[in-house]
Ligand binder design. Structure first.
Ligand code: GLN
Ligand code: ZN
Length: 760
């Protein structure tokens, strides 16, 4: 019998019913005492360990659990608490921990940013301010707890030093060695203590090794791992990578560690190729990540077993761990609670809990032979096949359109210069036209109304009347303020992706498919399970209604193909880009429906376009080309006088500016206020020759910006941008703001534009 083992790399924290989130929020609101809160956290943590134990996982991760974020845990454990939190007391406490995450009365929170290419956000460590010290050995505490409470011989997980330093801020590139020198002794101490406590294996997560890193870092990696190895020679080190294929496979697999974990889902082709070409060191264990830690689909166990056979040609199976491709943090907890999904879809899903079962089956099949597990394997295979062969995935008209996409119109009839003149003549807008990004405050009243309608307490007519009243109210407000291009306000939408998903074919919505986005915030991404198709107009009714109330133009509001793609769970039977093009063609029909209904300014938001950038630089260009094509397929069939807008909520776009230009949108609005100087200086060097609106104020804060500050903002922006092409708008949608501050801010914004127009 093959002695193959299994491992898990991390488990979702949030709990089956989001009990983790509820406990956190109750604690923050002062409704839960600290002791009780900590007790609840502990019981959630132990429950998840026990579950993994019951599922027969050999190497169960400990210290993956967090009360907010696992990167923040490392910063905190190393005493990297920025000075601005000193007033909370000298001794690091839970108060400090949550203040770093969420801010306190007198100190702003630490920055938060996306964890590689996932939708999980981590708290950015701030180095350089304080000398790091080991405040407590968190992995050790987690190990001891699991051992004492459940008799589990856990494998502590910790973000590795290379990745930790790469994700941190507060130092210049040339200070990196110095920073590493400060951090390494703490890792050394942590590992030495783990070894002394009898820990067998530790998992050091180094996802940074799948990104495009400079070759000279390999020497530094060698030094780092040699030092860790000699600090704890008996302790076995598993160097874990995920989210893509490892760069420099030969060098990385030679690092002085005892095991290497590779992603055979997201980096499958490259990792398999490297393995076959270079083999695998005889003295190491291979963590074979073959169950998708990021996707929600059931695995076809037969093909996974085939993959394991390929792997086994290079590495004896007693040196292989069967494991998920990454932590399961990125998938929902369990499909058990899903009662409303169609069986053909439900049967093809596997969330965290079900993935543990898949690992168990694979392990047993290797130990006992496939035949012994034939029934389970057949069920899995049938489930995947049934969905693949279902009508949901056989919409030939959609597939043909995507296959022939290069014959479909993907550029506007005339170039921008000609469109610009025609549009000027048609729209007769003043210099520096004013507009907003789309949404207006979603008050409790709006949200309550939607809930009542969803629950069936309100009839369709009643809800519709309510929405119309909101629209009418805000059309009047916008006219009174004097805005030039109006919007309907998006009151009928909870979320900019969900709204379209609910109306397009090929999407499904789970009832409990939550994943952690940041802190206690969880999201429930739509599931794209079939070919995406346009069924009927989705936005014409509200937009046309809004337009009927005013002589000013009302801008239609759509979410772009890449944003819908990047914020959903996507199919794994076809390439991601194919789904993007399917969405693009569906949106094209919506754009055309709006135009036909007389809405001739249409905004297609792409706030998540940049998020989809692959981890490897070598793949950026391909992604961006496809993204641009998808956008253009959606927006190119309109007439010259129809004005296409787009919006993006970030300003680090210096590296993708050519692609943004290539979208050929008549007007783009972008967030600016949080890094104004940077953006402006960018335009000093690069001209932007299409319509552009820089956000005049930060919508994340309730503060009302003064007329003067916006005038001076315009001064600076217009010193580098063309007056004729410039638009005036806030940074982003106003959905989260209150009514009074929204009206006051927009009022000031329009006044500032008027002052500026007189000046110029
Ligand atoms: N139109 C959307 C809104 O105003 C855009 C939101 C976004 O960019 N995230 O809410
Ligand atoms: Zn935005």
């Amino acid at each position: 019998m093959t002695n193959v083992q299994s491992a898990s790399l991390g488990y979702p924290r949030i709990g089956e019913n989001r009990e983790w989130k509820k406990a956190l929020e109750a604690f923050w609101a002062g409704k839960l005492e600290e002791q009780e809160f900590l007790q609840t956290m502990k019981s959630i943590r132990l429950k998840h360990l026990k579950l993994q134990q019951e599922k027969g996982i050999d190497w169960i991760p400990v210290n993956d659990f967090s009360m907010y974020d696992h990167v923040l845990d490392v910063s905190f454990m190393f005493g990297l608490i920025p000075q601005r939190f000193d007033s909370l007391g000298d001794k690091p406490s839970l108060k400090h921990y949550f203040a770093m995450a969420r801010g306190s009365d007198n100190a702003t929170a630490c920055e938060m940013t996306k964890w590689f290419n996932t939708n999980y956000h981590y708290i950015v460590p701030e180095l350089g301010e304080k000398q790091p010290v080991l405040v407590h050995n968190r992995p050790l505490e987690a190990y001891l707890e699991a051992k004492q409470e459940l008799g589990i011989e856990g494998r502590p997980v910790l973000v590795g030093p290379y990745t930790f330093v790469q994700l941190s801020k507060g130092y210049q590139p040339e200070q990196r060695q110095q920073v590493l020198d400060g951090i390494l002794p703490l890792y050394v101490q942590v590992l030495a203590e783990l070894q002394a406590a009898g820990v067998q294996w530790v998992q050091l997560d180094e996802p940074a090794l799948v990104t495009t890193l400079p070759e000279e870092d390999l020497a530094s990696l060698n030094l780092i791992y040699s030092e860790l190895r000699s600090a704890a020679p008996q302790l076995k080190l598993m160097l874990q990578t995920y989210f893509d294929a490892v760069e420099y496979y030969p060098a990385v697999t030679q690092l002085p560690v005892d095991g290497i974990g590779l992603d055979f889902v997201h980096g499958k082709a490259d990792n398999v190729r490297a393995l076959e070409q270079h083999g695998f060191p005889q003295d190491k264990v291979l963590g074979a990540g073959i169950i998708d830690g990021r996707g929600i689909w059931r695995a076809d166990l037969n093909s996974e077993l085939n993959l394991l056979e390929t792997i086994a040609k290079q590495v004896a199976l007693d040196r292989v761990l069967i494991q998920p491709s990454s932590s399961l943090l990125h998938v929902p907890v369990s499909t058990k609670g899903e009662s409303k999904l169609e069986p053909v879809l439900l049967d093809a899903l596997a969330f965290a809990e079900e993935k543990l079962d898949e690992i168990r089956i694979l392990k047993q099949a290797l130990q006992q032979g496939r035949e012994a597990l034939q029934q389970e394997i057949d069920i899995a295979e049938a489930a995947v096949k049934t969905l693949n062969q279902s009508l949901h995935r056989q919409k030939t008209h959609v597939q043909q359109l995507v296959a022939n996409r290069h014959e479909e119109p993907s550029s506007r009839t005339s170039p921008f210069e000609i469109r610009f003149d025609k549009q000027q003549e048609k729209w007769q807008l003043p210099l520096l036209p004013t507009t907003t990004i789309g949404s207006f405050p979603q008050t409790t009243e709006v949200r309550k109304a939607r809930q009542s309608w969803r629950k069936g307490e309100w009839s369709q007519e009643r809800y519709q009347t309510f929405i119309q009243e909101e629209i009418a109210k805000w059309i009047k407000i916008q006219e009174d303020i004097g805005l030039d291009v109006l919007v309907h306000g998006e009151f009928e939408r909870t979320d900019m992706v969900e709204f379209f998903g609910e109306k397009l074919g090929g999407f499904a919505f789970t009832s409990g498919g939550w994943v952690q986005s940041y802190g206690s915030r969880c999201v429930k991404p739509p599931v794209i399970y079939g070919d995406v198709e346009f069924l009927k107009p989705m936005t014409t009714e509200e937009t046309v209604y809004a337009q009927s109330l005013t002589t000013k133009p009302v801008k239609g509001m759509l979410t772009g193909p890449l944003t819908i793609l990047n914020w959903s769970f996507v199919r794994n039977d076809i390439p991601r880009e194919e789904t993007a093009f399917q969405i693009a063609f569906a949106l094209r029909q919506e754009v055309e429906a709006l135009e036909q209904a007389g809405i001739e300014m249409i905004q297609v938001d792409e706030p998540a376009l940049r998020e989809g950038l692959p981890l490897k630089k070598s793949r950026h260009q391909h992604y961006l080309e496809e993204a641009v094509l998808a956008f253009k397929l959606s927006t190119s069939t309109v007439s010259d006088t129809t004005q296409i807008h787009t919006h993006m909520c970030y300003c680090e776009f210096h590296d993708i500016i050519d692609s943004i230009r290539a979208l050929d949108a008549d007007v783009i609005s972008i967030e600016t206020s949080r890094s104004h100087g940077e953006l402006i200086s960018h335009f000093e060097e690069h001209t932007y020759d299409l319509g552009i609106g820089l956000g005049m104020y930060d919508i994340h804060s309730p503060r009302v910006p003064s007329v003067e500050e916006m005038v001076s903002m315009m001064d600076r922006a217009l010193s580098v941008l063309d007056h004729k092409l410039f638009w005036i708008n806030p940074d982003c949608g106003l959905k989260t703001r209150g009514l009074a501050e929204t009206v006051a801010s927009l009022d000031n914004m329009v006044k500032a534009a008027q002052i500026y127009r007189k000046k110029s």
